[in-house]
Each structure stands twice: as structure tokens, then as C-alpha cells.
Ligand binder design. Structure first.
Ligand code: FAD
Length: 466
């Protein structure tokens, strides 16, 4: 158990990638460091536990990456996915710093592996953690503890004492309900977004938020984010913006992780509870479109939709946790889903009639499309006609929110009046909105956490020791 009575140089709130990168960097810079993690030891590490890869710029192929990914290309990708909604100097700074990250992370004991074939076509741009996010975290914790970082689990920060932009102390609530005041010379807030706080989400989304499933930790409730914003820290980002994908509606409310995500939208059609299609399922290649389907389903009645496909597609995508619902006919499938059989039969018949001849190739933007159908399916349109027929029910799966604390290049929080805070820093999801105004490029969540975590730790240590 950590000594919570002593005054540390740096207090890190959170226990995921951003927090551990900050803690290690601060400790390596000579600071005494305390990490307060709300979760138990087994569940430590927030959303980072579920990750697989990280996007970093690099000038040449590496042992695991198939080719170069320049700073310019990374920035272009970011511009495209955010529609320009990013802080350009900060984003460029992050991308530049990302070049050193793969080496730095490896120095902390994390190991990489070549990307899996046939997943999201990320073999050139994204480095995959050997053993996934949990193995990555275990390595970071091992290194942090060996360096002498103190870690306290089941210690949720529930209050902050901040005076005129200066952090003084934090109140932590332990598993047994006991409250403790913890003092430190500098603060790094690395405790996620507010995606697991449904009541807060409802302020912007209304009742539909009750039907959202949270893909990651139940601990990212935004408690510290709210305290910081209430106590004068500048806010960044649109509160409705988040990373949201379509996940299996049978997934648990929290922590379903990667295995509940469904990547088969491009192989079939997607209908709502009235058995009506509502968006072009073949608009673009899956890596560029998978993150729009959470919001699309959120816009449908009762926030539920169904991916419908047939036997010819069953083995073409990565299987997920739950098996698809299977039936011998479209009418029977509708019955199993609780949809109006006549309505689903009509939707499928109309779709099949609109499919044009073409050469199917799901690895490119092929010429298989519909004609005269609204909405169209512009690629990979094939008739749904080969039994058995299949369906996955889907709901919006919220990954993380973008509303956050404003920061500068030192990862130092900026107050509402623009002044830099005296001793408060932020990293990871809690400040992701500085870089991600909207949209997402796979693997950038971990880039934001690692790069700003390392900077925050280094700067917080320097701040505390001066
Ligand atoms: C299923 C899934 C798959 C993903 N895959 C990828 C991927 O492959 N690549 C990628 O780049 N991104 C991925 N992401 C996004 C990625 O997980 C996040 O961007 C990243 O992990 C954020 O790191 P973080 O340290 O900021 O937050 P987290 O890892 O979520 O850590 C936040 C920590 O803060 C703690 N905490 C919260 N509130 C408090 C409090 N009040 N007091 C104390 N502690 C608190 C939590 O317990 C947690 O330990 C994925 C997310 C999910 C859900």
C-alpha cells in the first residue's frame, strides 16, 4: 500500500496508458510519484486494457511495420477524419513527438507484434502490442513499480482543492468508503472521459443515451474532468462528439471490449426496427467508416438496428463474441428479430432488385452497387438470397468522449482566461478533444495518451522540483 500521508512531487490520477506514461516519465525525471487508480488491481487500466495498437509516425519500415508513415501523411489523415477540427500546432507537435514513442514505449518493457492480416489494414501505420492492451499495461506497471512509483488501487478521486489555477490537494475515496486528502506539488489528470456517466451523456443526448452500451471501463465517469471544469480550467470539444461504433446489442452494459464490435456492415444491409435501411452500407472502406455507425444507430428509433446478410458472407469477416441469429428465410429471420416479416421481405426484395452486376472485391472500392435505391449501397452490393440468412442486432457502442480540458504543448492545463495553470497537467482521453474535434483514426487514442502522458509527466516533475 502506498503512503498517502506524505506529500508527493507528482500525483497522477488514473491508471491507464496516459497515467502510466506520465508516472514513468515523472519518476525517471527524479520526482516522487503517486498514482491513484479508481479500479481494483484486476480491473486497473481503464479503456487501455481493451486496446490493440497505436498509431505513430515513422520514416521507414520497422520489424513490425510494413513501410514508412510520415508526419505529413499522419497529419493529412488527422485533418481528413476531423474535417479540420483540430488544434493544428498541438496536433503537429503530437505527431512529431509520436516518432519517438515506439522506441520509448519499448524501453518501458512493452513488446510489439506484426499486425494481424485482414483486420483493419493497419500494417503500415499502427503498431500492435504483443498480448494486447492488458499485456502492455502490465509491462508499464511493472516498470513503474520497479522505478519506485507508488500505486494505490480502489482510490477514486472525488474532489480537488484548486486555488487560482493551482492544485493543492485531492480527496480520494477508497473501496471501504474512507476519504483521504492527498497532497502533491503537481497534478497530472489522466483519468479518461465521461462516457461511463450515462446521466451526464443524457444532458446532451437525452433519453437515447439510456440505450448506449459503453465499450470500456465503468470508471470513466468524468468526475475529475467535471471538477476541473467547475474550478476554472478551460474546456475544449463538443460534448456530443465521441468515438462510437456499432456493437452487438447483446453485449454487456460496460466493458464488452473489442470482441463485441461487428465489422460486417459492408457485407449486407442495415435496417432499423421498422425494417427500413437508413444509410449507405458501402460508402467507403471499413477503416474509414466503422466509427460512424455508432452515431447512425444512435439516430434510429430505440437506438437499435440489425445487420442482415446471407450465407455467402458468413466467413468473410472477423467473428465476434456472439453468434449471428440464423433463419432459413427472411420472413423467419424477421420473426426471430421481432421485426415485421412483410416489411423486412419488402426491404430485401427491393434491395436485391436494385443490385447491379459487378465484380465483388471487399478489399477495394469495387463496382458492385445498387441503382435507383435510396439510400444507395455504393460498393459491395450483392443480393441477399443464399440461405441460411443471418442478422446481428446492434446498438451504439461508446468508446470515449471528446469533451476535455484545454492544454498547451507542455500538456499543461489552460485556465478559462487562457492562463497556463501553475501545476496542473492532463493527458489521454481527458484532453483528447484538443486534437480530435470529431472523427477518429484507428490507434490515435493511444498516441494521445502516450505522447501527452510522457510530456505531462516530464513537465509535472520539472514543475514540482523547481
Ligand atoms: C474496446 C476498446 C478498444 C480500443 N482499442 C484501441 C486501440 O486499439 N488503439 C487505440 O489507440 N485506442 C483504442 N481505444 C481507445 C483507448 O482505449 C483510449 O483512447 C486510451 O486507452 C485512453 O487512455 P487513458 O489513459 O486516457 O484512459 P483509460 O485507459 O481509460 O484510463 C483512465 C483511468 O482513469 C481511472 N479513473 C477514472 N476516474 C477516476 C477517478 N475519479 N479517480 C481515479 N481514477 C479514475 C480509470 O479507472 C482508468 O484506469 C479502445 C477503446 C475501447 C473501449
Amino acid at each position: 500500500m502506498a503512503d498517502l500521508t506524505k506529500k508527493y512531487d507528482v500525483l497522477v490520477v488514473g491508471g491507464g496508458n496516459a497515467a502510466l506514461c506520465a508516472a514513468i516519465a515523472a519518476r525517471r525525471a527524479g520526482a516522487s510519484v503517486l498514482v491513484l487508480e479508481a479500479a481494483t488491481k484486476f480491473y486497473r487500466g481503464g479503456n487501455t486494457r481493451h486496446t490493440r495498437n497505436m498509431r505513430c509516425a515513422h520514416d521507414a519500415a520497422t520489424k513490425e511495420l510494413t513501410g514508412p508513415y510520415t508526419e505529413e501523411e499522419f497529419f493529412d489523415d488527422l485533418l481528413r477524419v476531423t474535417g479540420g477540427n483540430t488544434d493544428e500546432p498541438l496536433a503537429r507537435h503530437m505527431i512529431r513527438e509520436s516518432k519517438a514513442m515506439l522506441g520509448w514505449i519499448a524501453e518501458q518493457g512493452v513488446r510489439f507484434q506484426p499486425s494481424l492480416g485482414g483486420t483493419l489494414s493497419l500494417g503500415r501505420t499502427n503498431s500492435f502490442f504483443l498480448g494486447g492492451g492488458r499485456a502492455m499495461l502490465n509491462a508499464l506497471y511493472r516498470t513503474a513499480e520497479a522505478l519506485g512509483v507508488a500505486v494505490e488501487y480502489e482510490a477514486e478521486v472525488v474532489d480537488l482543492d484548486i486555488a487560482d489555477g493551482m492544485f493543492l490537494s485531492a480527496t480520494a475515496r477508497r473501496g471501504n468508503g474512507e476519504r483521504l486528502t492527498v497532497r502533491a506539488r503537481a497534478l497530472v489528470a489522466a483519468c479518461g472521459g465521461f462516457e461511463a456517466n450515462i446521466e451526464w451523456m443524457k444532458q446532451y443526448w437525452g433519453a437515447p443515451a439510456d440505450n448506449f452500451l459503453i465499450r470500456g471501463t465503468p470508471h470513466n465517469r468524468g468526475t475529475v474532468l467535471k471538477l476541473l471544469l467547475d474550478k476554472g480550467v478551460g474546456e475544449i470539444g463538443d460534448p456530443t462528439q465521441c468515438h462510437a461504433v456499432a456493437i452487438d446489442a447483446r453485449a454487456p452494459k460496460y466493458d464488452g471490449g473489442i470482441i463485441t464490435r461487428l465489422d460486417c456492415v459492408v457485407f449486407g444491409i442495415v435496417v432499423n426496427k421498422h425494417a427500413q435501411r437508413f444509410y449507405d452500407e458501402g460508402e467507403d472502406v471499413w477503416p474509414k467508416r466503422y466509427a460512424i455507425w455508432g452515431r447512425l444507430v444512435a439516430g434510429q428509433p430505440d437506438q437499435i438496428a440489425y445487420i442482415i446478410f446471407d450465407a455467402s458472407s458468413l466467413t468473410m469477416f472477423m467473428p465476434s463474441l456472439f453468434p449471428p441469429i440464423e433463419a432459413k428465410s427472411i420472413g423467419e429471420l424477421a420473426g426471430a428479430l421481432g421485426l415485421d416479416p412483410a416489411a423486412l421481405e419488402e426491404t430485401v426484395t427491393k434491395f436485391n432488385a436494385a443490385v447491379q452486376p459487378g465484380t465483388f472485391d471487399h478489399t477495394i472500392l469495387d463496382d458492385c452497387r445498387t441503382e435507383g435505391l435510396t439510400p444507395p449501397k455504393t460498393h459491395w452490393a450483392r443480393r441477399i438470397e443464399k440461405p441460411p440468412f443471418y442478422a446481428y442486432p446492434v446498438r451504439p457502442g461508446i468508446t470515449f468522449t471528446y469533451l476535455g480540458t484545454r492544454v498547451n504543448k507542455e500538456a499543461r492545463m489552460l485556465m478559462k482566461d487562457g492562463r497556463p495553470s501553475a501545476n496542473m497537467f492532463a493527458a489521454g482521453e481527458i484532453m483528447a478533444g484538443n486534437v480530435l474535434g470529431r472523427g477518429y483514426a484507428a490507434g490515435i487514442g493511444m498516441t494521445i495518451g502516450s505522447v501527452f502522458g510522457r510530456i505531462a509527466g516530464r513537465e509535472a516533475a520539472a514543475n514540482a522540483r523547481n
